[in-house]
Ligand binder design. Structure first.
Ligand code: UD1
Length: 351
């Protein structure tokens, strides 16, 4: 049986792996390396338990540190395991430091790399995720793209071989979730009577003033803001003495509760790539707290507005956002896993 190793380490990696894990396990000898980039229960093990992802075979426990040290530790740790395990393919998910470190390890040990969510670009090289994506795509052997635009991005960079349009694995993960209203009760909100917000991008957390501006705007919104806190954001928030009104800060959510709270919110305010897409699937208007996006389709269709940290825009759209009637399926219709399995088999057996 052919062997496939998946390398993951952070929350968005786990969600992308969720839709594939059980099928990979069925068709291949599937081994999982967890880099340990995310280590808090709420950001890591929670997702394996909830989404029934096969438990990792290895955990590198790299933890948090400077980006370059983190990537280098991940690369070295993965290299040792790849040399021992000798997989036929290494699967990489998305654009985190774990994705890049894992891809570099596979490249160094000459093992073919399959990249899930290839070709995604926001054209902002100040974001570590953008550098990670571009580097991973350059060294990947099989590129699984979620959208037509991601295929086009790769084409314009001269990458055309083994590029496949498969759709979005995060959509598959979302389709498996049972929405529930109990988390709304626990949080003390009623459907469509609150905003859902997430902030964790370096751009918004490394500049304390920017985060303060955003929180001040949130406190002026006409409804309560439910705000699950990423540990990075929590650290910065603790430095702000201000007690912001109208904002309900909560612990990181599991996937089901996050999707349920998003689905029933009046509007989503976020700087996350994944949440922008989830807002689109759930047909909830989205304000993106950045001036770029990985998902231009959501903006073009009118479901997502790039508002950056502009108070006037945020307050304006919080009242005047009319959800469009059109909702094209830019990201496929789910069922990505069987497509990916067939392509992997073709690559492994038809050569
Ligand atoms: C990473 C990804 C980002 C993704 C996000 C989702 C990169 C470059 N970025 O960012 O694309 O959207 O995950 O969550 O890989 N921390 C904890 N506990 C944890 C994990 C992190 O307290 O379990 C703290 C650390 O102290 C660290 C901070 O969070 O200072 C940031 O962690 P890091 O691994 O750098 O990346 P994320 O910001 O989580």
């Amino acid at each position: 049986m052919k062997k496939i190793i998946s390398i993951v380490g952070a929350r968005p990696n786990f969600i992308k792996l969720a839709a594939l894990s059980t099928v990979l396990e069925k068709h291949f000898d599937h081994v999982i390396i967890h880099t340990g980039q995310h280590y808090d229960y709420g950001l890591s093990q929670n997702f394996f338990d909830e989404l029934l992802i096969q438990q990792p075979n290895y955990n590198l426990s790299v933890g948090s540190q400077d980006r370059h040290d983190q990537i280098s530790k991940i690369r070295k740790g993965c290299e040792k395991i790849l040399i021992k395990e000798k997989p036929d393919i290494v699967m990489i998910y998305g654009d985190t430091n774990s994705s890049l470190g894992g891809a570099e390890a596979a490249f160094e040990t000459k093992i073919p790399i399959a990249h899930v969510e290839a070709g995604v670009r926001c054209f902002d090289d100040t974001m570590p995720e953008e550098i990670n994506r571009k580097t991973i795509d350059k060294i990947s052997n099989i590129l699984f793209c979620p959208t037509e635009i991601s295929i086009e991005n790769l084409r314009s960079e001269g990458v055309v071989e083994n590029v496949y349009l498969v759709g979005d694995t995060m959509h598959d993960a979302l389709l498996r979730i049972k929405l529930n209203l109990s988390i709304l009760k626990v949080t003390g909100v009623k459907p469509k009577k609150y905003y859902f917000a997430t902030i964790h991008r370096q751009k918004n957390t490394n500049h304390i003033r920017r985060l303060e501006i955003l929180l001040k705007v949130f406190s002026k919104l006409d409804k309560k803001v439910i705000f699950p806190l990423h540990p990075r954001t929590k650290k910065v928030l603790l430095k702000l003495k201000n007690n912001f009104k109208n904002i309900n800060l909560i612990e990181p959510l599991n996937f089901g509760n996050s999707i349920s709270l998003q689905k029933h919110s009046k509007m989503i305010l976020t700087d996350s790539g994944g949440v922008q897409k989830e807002a689109y699937y759930l047909k909830v208007p989205c304000l993106t707290l950045r001036n770029t996006t990985e998902w231009p389709e959501t903006v073009k269709s009118g479901w997502n507005k790039l508002v950056d940290d502009d108070e006037n825009k945020i307050l304006y759209y919080s009242k005047k956002f009319v959800p469009p009637k059109r909702h094209p399926s830019y990201f496929g219709k789910g069922h990505v896993a069987p497509k990916i399995i067939n392509i992997l088999k073709e690559y492994l057996y038809d050569k």
